[in-house]
Design a binder for this molecule. Structure first.
Ligand code: C5P
Length: 303
């Protein structure tokens, strides 16, 4: 195995998210449907003889010290495997930071998978899973990718046999929202609902023919808009434009601030992206990555 590995780490959106209650560990019991998309950060990992994990990153808002999730992943695996020497991690961010797209969690999972190979540990997804869980609730998902159901804290994963194919327009307003604060706000509104089980109902719909996207909602959305009131007005405008251009689903990803539109047709997505850009929004067009494509990417990058 070479001492240098270059790979990508992909972004995710939450197609739907249900908050079922507060857990004894202070986290929330969730049901969420994750989807990876082909928007990615670039990572370079270099083994060094000298001890220590060094992070270099081109983005001013990303911490370069031991608060960085990629660095935490390297430290955790090094300790677990009692590996010798250090690692230099170079990060080029393309995924909007703090946007609900799982950029940091994806970086951490990519570091775990890369170092597992570089240090010849042979842990694989199953062996890395407990370490990923300790790093953050979204990190385990990035060991799998594709269209996957996440339950418990969102860290118990069930990749779907039927993988979605769709195009997305991602709009990330310049507003940062604290995930912990959004979850705190959601506590008070946990009442039994009549229209629950939306994600299970969606999964049972015809995913390869006409998926019933209208079943899906993000139950963090209202709390996120209360937490960041300036977002409310922007989201209203973004949503109406996406709907006008033919989006089949519009929702906040995670706790925000990225708002997305899902399109079956790429030319419609392109029109929506252009219309949003013309109004001064930061809008990107991406497409869904299936589980197979996601796994194949890492197998090739780490072969
Ligand atoms: O695990 P992670 O650090 O990514 O989570 C960020 C915050 O989101 C947690 O500190 C917690 O407040 C909240 N959270 C939650 N329930 C989950 C996932 C996250 O309450 N299932």
């Amino acid at each position: 195995m070479p001492r240098v590995v270059r790979l990508k780490s992909f972004a995710k959106v939450n197609l739907g998210l249900e908050v079922l209650g507060l857990r004894q560990d202070g986290y929330h019991e969730l049901r969420t449907l994750f989807q990876s998309v082909n928007l990615a950060d670039d990572l370079e990992l270099r083994l060094r003889r000298r001890e220590g994990i060094v992070v270099e990153c081109d983005h001013p808002l990303v911490p370069k010290d031991d608060r960085n999730l990629a660095a935490k992943a390297a430290v955790a695996l090094k300790r677990f495997a009692q590996a010798k020497g250090g690692v230099h991690i170079k990060l080029r961010k393309r995924i909007p930071v703090g946007g609900g797209l799982g950029g940091g969690s994806g970086n951490a999972a990519a570091v775990l998978m890369a170092l597992d190979r570089m240090w010849k540990l042979g842990l694989g997804i199953t062996g890395l899973l407990p370490l990923a869980r300790r790093l953050g609730a979204d990190v385990p998902y990035f060991l799998f990718g594709g269209t996957s159901l996440g339950v418990a804290r969102g860290d118990e994963l069930y990749p779907l046999r039927r993988q979605l194919r769709a195009h997305f327009v991602l709009v990330t307003p310049d507003v940062s929202v604290s995930t912990a604060a959004v979850f705190r706000r959601v506590d008070t509104r946990l009442t039994p609902r009549e229209n629950g089980n939306t994600i299970f109902r969606f999964i049972s719909s015809d995913l390869e023919g006409q998926p019933q996207y209208r079943l899906l909602t993000n139950e963090l959305e209202e709390a996120a808009l209360e937490e960041a009131p300036v977002l409310r007005d922007q989201v209203k405008k973004i949503r109406s434009l996406l709907v006008r251009e033919g989006a089949e689903l519009t929702a906040l990803s995670g706790s925000g601030s990225t708002y997305f539109g899902l399109f079956q047709d790429s030319s419609r997505a392109a029109r929506a992206r252009e219309a949003l850009r013309a109004r001064g929004h930061r809008a990107l067009q991406v497409r869904a990555l299936t589980l197979d494509r996601y796994r194949r990417f890492f197998e090739r990058a780490l072969a």
